[in-house]
Design a protein. Structure first.
Length: 117
């Protein structure tokens, strides 16, 4: 029996930047881009935490450029909503695509979080 040695090459996936943050008066908008999943969810949590720490009246999460969100991403949105609520801040989702909106509806998140077109 002949044994072949295999080299296993570790491939690292470069994380894409999936968040951008903008402040306009008392509103901070955290825009999500591309896909929010287990590989990128930490960026969302950090962006939401930093936005909440700045103490605006309102946090808006803009979903217009979000093409996919998984359960970890939904968890990050719930995390942001709960922390904003506990800090006395408004929190809403804005402009989800049809597919993302459907995931939000199926998850039940829209029963507690406001969404604007």
């Amino acid at each position: 029996m002949l044994w072949r040695s295999r080299r296993i090459r570790k491939v690292t996936v470069a994380e894409e930047l999936v968040t951008s943050v903008d402040r306009d008066g008392d509103t901070i908008t955290v825009a999500l881009h591309g896909e929010v999943d287990v590989l990128t969810v930490d960026q969302v949590r950090v962006a939401l935490s930093e936005a909440i720490a700045q103490g605006p009246r309102q946090i808006v999460v803009d979903l217009a450029d979000l093409s996919f969100i998984d359960s970890t991403g939904l968890g990050a949105l719930i995390f942001g909503f709960q922390h904003a609520r506990d800090s006395g801040l408004g929190f809403r989702l804005a402009r989800p695509s049809r597919g993302v909106h459907q995931v939000l509806v199926l998850s039940g998140l829209l029963e507690v979080v406001e969404v604007t077109p």
